[in-house]
Ligand binder design. Structure first.
Ligand SMILES: [Zn+2]
Length: 276
């Protein structure tokens, strides 16, 4: 009886998790060191300004993530990200030195998977990822442009100019590369800053019903989400993840060994039967 009483009092003392903040992460993905972000050099003969402008925009996006994380945590070293330009002549050389954790490609043509933010990220083991940025300005119908709120509208074409929101796209995709996932509908909100609606997170991708002039930036919510994911150590905490990879490969290796053993034993048996 006394035990129940003590447990009851203890449960009252432990803060309820019902009011704690919710964060959303890409499953099994986080960088395992201070990431090197490589922007792939490219050439666009139809829009020659594209390369310079997009590489500059990417550099700024990497700097902004780093600076905001550094300011937010007061930790100068743990949240560093390095920006690099990966030259064209190295891109087709399979053996070229490549220490990129995050690679960013820029393309004119819409590909199969297009997010509303005009980009997407693919994830690979060891915290690696590849970002594709579709950088042309989408054209929307008059109906979409004249509505008060945004709707999930497909662009009706692309213009030969840089997407006005490409900076938001790059920051959003870098958020994925660091491990952040989209916010579910119920978690999406915005606030007015100097009369302009600003999204509560750079990781919002569902624009349905949001004001037409909403802008997105890396918010304190995004920074809290990353600090919650990586802890005080920041990006450089390889051991936990390396350990989980080693365990995965040991399990896989064990299964393969058992299969080889079973197949081998069956063959031996059948060859013995043949001899009889
Ligand atoms: Zn996204």
């Amino acid at each position: 009886m006394r035990l129940f009483l003590i447990l009851g009092i203890l449960s009252l003392l432990i803060p309820s998790t019902a009011f704690s903040e919710q964060f959303y992460y890409i499953e099994d993905h986080k960088v395992i060191r201070n990431p090197v972000v490589c922007a792939f050099e490219f050439e666009d003969k139809e829009l020659p300004i594209a390369e310079k402008q997009l590489l500059e925009e990417t550099k700024n996006a990497v700097l902004e993530w780093t600076n905001k994380l550094t300011q937010f945590t007061g930790d100068e070293d743990s949240w560093k990200m390095e920006y690099k330009v990966f030259p064209i002549e190295k891109q087709h050389d399979f053996f070229a030195e490549n220490d990129c954790d995050v690679t960013i490609y820029f393309v004119r043509d819409p590909l199969l998977v297009v997010e509303l933010f005009s980009g997407y990220t693919e994830f690979y083991p060891f915290g690696l990822s590849e970002i594709v940025i579709l950088y042309l300005q989408p054209i929307f119908s008059d109906e979409v442009l004249n509505s008060e709120t945004l709707q999930n509208a497909e662009p009706i074409g692309l213009e030969n100019s840089i997407d006005l929101y490409v900076g938001e796209t790059i920051r959003h995709e870098l958020g994925h590369a660091l491990g952040l996932d989209h916010l579910p509908k119920e978690a999406i909100s915005y606030d007015y800053k100097n009369g302009i609606p600003v999204g509560s997170s750079i990781m919002i991708d569902d624009l349905d019903g949001l004001p037409w002039n909403i802008v997105f930036e890396i918010t304190e919510y995004d920074l809290r989400a990353l600090v919650n994911l990586y802890g005080e150590e920041g990006f450089e905490d390889p051991f936990s993840l390396w350990f989980s990879y080693i365990i995965d490969y040991l399990i896989l290796g064990g299964i393969v060994a058992v299969i080889i053993f079973l197949v081998h034993r069956r063959r031996k048996r059948s060859s013995r039967r043949n001899l009889m």
